[in-house]
Ligand binder design. Structure first.
Ligand SMILES: *[C@@H]1O[C@H](CO)[C@@H](O)[C@H](O)[C@H]1NC(C)=O
Ligand SMILES: *[C@@H]1O[C@H](CO)[C@@H](O)[C@H](O)[C@H]1NC(C)=O
Ligand SMILES: *[C@@H]1O[C@H](CO)[C@@H](O)[C@H](O)[C@H]1NC(C)=O
Ligand SMILES: *[C@@H]1O[C@H](CO)[C@@H](O)[C@H](O)[C@H]1NC(C)=O
Length: 412
């Protein structure tokens, strides 16, 4: 039997679990009944735009429409038991054809060629685009937006969902839909009879918090998907923000990061918001009854606030790395070693810290199979030296960026 190609590409990421097809169909039908057709289609435009950010809106729409048709046909009462699976297989066959109207992905043909059903499933579900950023959207004028919107409301919403989703590939799709809902509400209110500037100003101000939330969430989820050693980076980062030890920082961050891995890919944002709430409680209980922990702040906003706090420097570590890092049962020794390095980078960003730490981590592993561990770790042109130099340079530039005024920084 051919497998659910396209459907699986997205839904398996989102909804499928080991219980397989039955579960997927139930979920799809549940969504369709709960949301109604237009919202259901919008949901799938968002899902596929995240999954295929380089596809055109037309390709994405085509697939979303097929999904809607499949749902309408097979979720209806009295539909044949194999209706859904059959239809899904047809879509999959179609998407494996060279001239398919559906989104293309460089890895699709490799997956479609797999004979084993399970392997193909895994292959399709794991397709993803690299982290390339798309160029920012040019903000049209209020008049242009109103014109597009009033001419074709649904078309406007679809395009908005598409553009937003392909630029926020790793967040719960619900957030993209919420942001789109906010945008169309603003237009609804401010475009009649003609674009009203004061209305846009005040409405945008209201919607600002949500935009910050979307960007904030997108950063966390993207980092979690794309950065190696993000957990080590986060641990070091919170170690220096909260001025706490490795022993305290690691379990705290571990929970938070596991939450990101679990919740970022769920369609519903609630899971992620709950993780921010838990993290807020941990941070605020422990030591910050201050500005960032005021009860008026939303949990995610506490996290945002804490990340803006000044980080605390600490004295250099007293011992050089030893082969203790290589012992299998002393697993956290490497993490502690990375923490000691990362927590001293008090000016650099999380992606910079995580990237440097991932290089060092790889090198520790490599050096552990070198007869002379010490020499390997301290090689002058080795990865440890390079990553350390990279961090030092970043610290230097970022601290100047923070202390100098912009013209002086630019001159430098
Ligand atoms: C996707 O588009 C971006 C921006 O246009 C481009 O840089 C990137 O190479 C494309 N990726 C693929 C896999 O086609
Ligand atoms: C998103 O929209 C849904 C439905 O309108 C609403 O229940 C939810 O609270 C919104 N989520 C956020 C984070 O604003
Ligand atoms: C950071 O923690 C250390 C050890 O607990 C303490 O000695 C130091 O004063 C703290 N620094 C700041 C700025 O709170
Ligand atoms: C490493 O730390 C984690 C989190 O604190 C803990 O769950 C795990 O048991 C530790 N591993 C070892 C080998 O000590």
């Amino acid at each position: 039997m051919k497998l659910l190609c396209c459907i699986f590409i997205s839904i398996s990421i989102v909804w499928a679990d080991d219980s397989g097809l039955r579960y997927e169909k139930d979920k799809v039908c549940e969504q369709l009944h709960a949301m109604g057709q237009p919202k259901f289609k919008e949901l799938f435009i968002a899902v596929y735009s995240q999954k295929f950010p380089n596809s055109t809106l037309e390709e994405v729409m085509c697939l979303a429409e097929e999904m809607l048709k499949l749902g309408e046909k097979c979720c209806a009462e009295g539909a044949a038991a194999d209706c859904y699976d059959k239809g899904a297989t047809e879509i999959s066959d179609k998407s494996c054809q060279a001239d398919s109207p559906f989104p293309k992905h460089p890895g699709i043909s490799k997956c479609c060629a797999k004979a084993d059903v399970h392997e193909r499933k895994v292959c399709l579900a794991s397709l993803h685009y690299p982290a390339d950023e798309l160029p920012s959207l040019l903000e049209p004028t209020n008049e242009e937006m109103c014109q597009d919107f009033t001419q074709d409301r649904i078309g406007y919403s679809s395009r908005y969902v598409y553009e937003l989703a392909r630029r926020h590939r790793s967040v719960p799709v619900g957030l993209v839909l919420n942001a789109t809902g906010i945008q169309t509400q603003i237009l609804e209110k401010c475009c009649t009879p003609t674009a009203s500037t004061p209305c846009f100003l005040s409405e945008r101000f209201q919607g600002r918090q949500f935009n910050i939330l979307l960007r904030f969430t997108s950063n966390h989820c993207n980092n979690n998907v794309n950065l190696k050693s993000y957990k080590d980076g986060l641990t070091a980062y919170y170690g220096s923000i909260l001025n706490i030890s490795f022993e305290k920082a690691q379990p705290m961050v571990q929970d938070f990061q596991a939450g990101l891995s679990k919740c970022c890919l769920q369609p519903n944002p609630e899971c992620l918001m709950q993780k921010f709430t838990t993290f807020q409680q941990v941070i605020c209980n422990d030591r910050y009854p201050d500005e960032c922990c005021k009860s008026s702040r939303a949990p995610w906003n506490t996290v945002l606030c804490v990340q803006g706090l000044k980080r605390t420097t600490r004295p250099p570590p007293d011992t050089p790395p030893t082969t203790a890092l290589c012992q299998q049962d002393n697993h956290n020794a490497t993490e502690r070693f990375l923490f000691e390095i990362g927590a001293r980078a008090v000016h650099s960003s999380l992606p910079v810290i995580s990237t440097a730490l991932s290089k060092i981590k790889e090198e520790v592993k490599a050096c552990c199979s070198d007869p002379d561990f010490q020499a390997c770790m301290t090689k002058e042109d080795g990865h440890v030296a390079k990553a350390t130099a990279f961090l030092t340079k970043s610290e230097e530039i970022c601290s100047k960026y923070k202390t100098l005024d912009f013209p002086s920084f630019k001159a430098m």
